[in-house]
Ligand binder design. Structure first.
Ligand SMILES: Cc1cc2nc3c(=O)[nH]c(=O)nc-3n(C[C@H](O)[C@H](O)[C@H](O)COP(=O)(O)OP(=O)(O)OC[C@H]3O[C@@H](n4cnc5c(N)ncnc54)[C@H](O)[C@@H]3O)c2cc1C
Length: 414
């Protein structure tokens, strides 16, 4: 058994954990990120890096380096209803340095943060380390117990942060109460190859009873096929051939390619969840990102919110860390700061789920173009509103933490 002490222990190396670890280490706090997987190269979990996250990278002086990695840019968003293609979002007017959504595999984004985290002496990342329990001392969370390939690891820390996603063990072990908001749909994710003659535009295709979101990843389309909640088993029972037919009816040029979906193993189910914790903290412990609030896939904002939570948490916690264990009032402040954007975003997502998604999935006759979309075609400036909501969200965060060390051997107090 190994036993160590760090100032801050982050459980989970997703966007929230990696970004918070990076920012705290950058401001001189010793952090340890524990990640149960051996690498970041896992199933598809969203590839979107939104303008507000790109702005955070700009503020950190990392944007140029980041955009040197392979990615695709989406400056405008569109939907196709029946045969009509409609522009619905225009990111090119946002008050940010990068006015587009960058599509980059999540593992490239996480590796990028990990690489830059290693520039700071206080940053430690341990892979293949799964947290299984919390430690308590005098009624306060004082660390975690984890398993590793070499045996048990005990970590003592001033603060444990649950950044372990929507199935968070931290929030379960801490007994934090969850408010389940619910979702009427699930999504099936898959890849279909892309040909040069295909349209460039990433878009949502909508027809009565069917919705597919297609993201242009250059060599392939990353597709999400939306189904009514809990109906995946029925769909599977009808066979893969019937599913391929449904896909071709929405996207006719997939006809010669749907055989790439050999079996259901090529398709992963995302059981959509929308929930949030009533209280995000207790003495010695804080939850952020999906661990505090699982988001609906509408708008593809989960990664962005996780990063924004991390920036806010670092801004609030860096100074208290300098004086000792962050007091409960600082943890409370993090929730106060981030609960508002979470609630607003979830409210909009639920509205879209109930007013649009549920109706489309239940529709049997031809769909009509909603008035709001007609107005957007007539007055293009209206497309800036959804672009702002999706690209920046409510209350975008800015990096306020100082950079204490630049390189391991090159302290630069600033
Ligand atoms: C199929 C799919 C598609 C998605 N598409 C998009 C999209 O297009 N855009 C978007 O913005 N969002 C998307 N999301 C949501 C997005 O992935 C999440 O909102 C975002 O990753 C949340 O970040 P996080 O850091 O809070 O949690 P996560 O990214 O879930 O990270 C949690 C990390 O904790 C680790 N972990 C879990 N338990 C333990 C433990 N006990 N010990 C140690 N480590 C642990 C996990 O391995 C994981 O690496 C998608 C999700 C899925 C599943």
């Amino acid at each position: 058994m190994e036993e160590i002490k760090v100032r801050c222990c982050l459980v989970g190396g997703g966007p929230a954990g990696m970004m918070l670890g990076f920012l705290l280490a950058r401001s001189g706090v010793d952090v340890l990120v524990l990640e149960k997987h051996g690498d970041f190269l896992r199933d598809f979990r969203g590839d979107t890096v939104h303008p507000s996250t790109l702005e955070v990278l700009y503020e950190l002086g990392l944007l140029e380096d980041f955009l040197r990695r392979p990615h695709q840019k989406m400056e405008r968003g569109a939907v196709q209803i029946g045969q009509q293609t409609l522009s619905v979002a225009d990111f090119t007017h946002l008050p940010t340095h990068a006015r587009f959504i960058a599509f980059m595999p999540q593992w490239d984004f996480l590796n990028f943060i990990a690489e830059h985290g290693r520039d700071y002496p206080g940053f430690q990342l341990r892979m293949r380390t799964e947290v299984i329990d919390l430690l308590y001392e005098d009624g306060r969370v004082s660390g975690v117990r984890a398993t590793t390939p070499d045996g048990e690891l005990i970590v003592h820390s001033d603060l444990v942060v649950g950044t372990d996603g929507r199935h968070s063990i931290v929030r379960a072990k801490a007994g934090l109460k969850t408010l389940d908001i619910g979702a009427p749909m699930d999504a099936l994710w898959m890849r279909i190859s892309r040909q040069k003659s295909d349209p460039e535009q990433s878009l949502g295709r909508i027809d009565s009873g069917r919705i597919v979101v297609m993201i242009n990843r250059d060599e392939y389309w990353q597709c999400a096929f939306v189904i009514p909640k809990g109906t995946a088993a029925q769909l599977k029972a009808r066979g893969i051939e019937s599913f391929r037919d449904q896909l071709v009816r929405l996207v006719p040029y997939f006809r010669g390619r749907v055989h790439e979906l050999n079996s259901w193993d090529d398709i992963s189910l995302l059981a959509v969840k929308v929930d949030r914790l009533e209280t995000w903290y207790k003495p010695g412990l804080l939850c952020i990102g999906d661990a505090a609030h699982a988001m609906s896939p509408i708008g593809g904002v989960g990664i962005n919110l996780a990063v924004q939570d991390a920036v806010a948490a670092a801004n609030i916690l860096a100074a208290p860390f300098a004086a000792g264990p962050p007091p409960i009032s600082a943890l409370q402040q993090v929730q106060r700061r981030r609960e508002y954007p979470t609630r607003i975003t979830q409210r909009i997502q639920v509205l879209v789920q109930n007013r649009v998604i549920s109706r489309v999935l239940a529709a049997e006759s031809e769909l009509r173009v909603p008035t709001v979309l007609k107005l957007m075609q007539r007055w293009p400036w209206l497309r800036r509103i959804p672009a702002r909501a999706i690209g920046m969200g409510a209350r975008p965060e800015h990096v306020r933490t100082p950079q204490i060390f630049l390189r391991q051997k090159d302290p630069v107090a600033s």
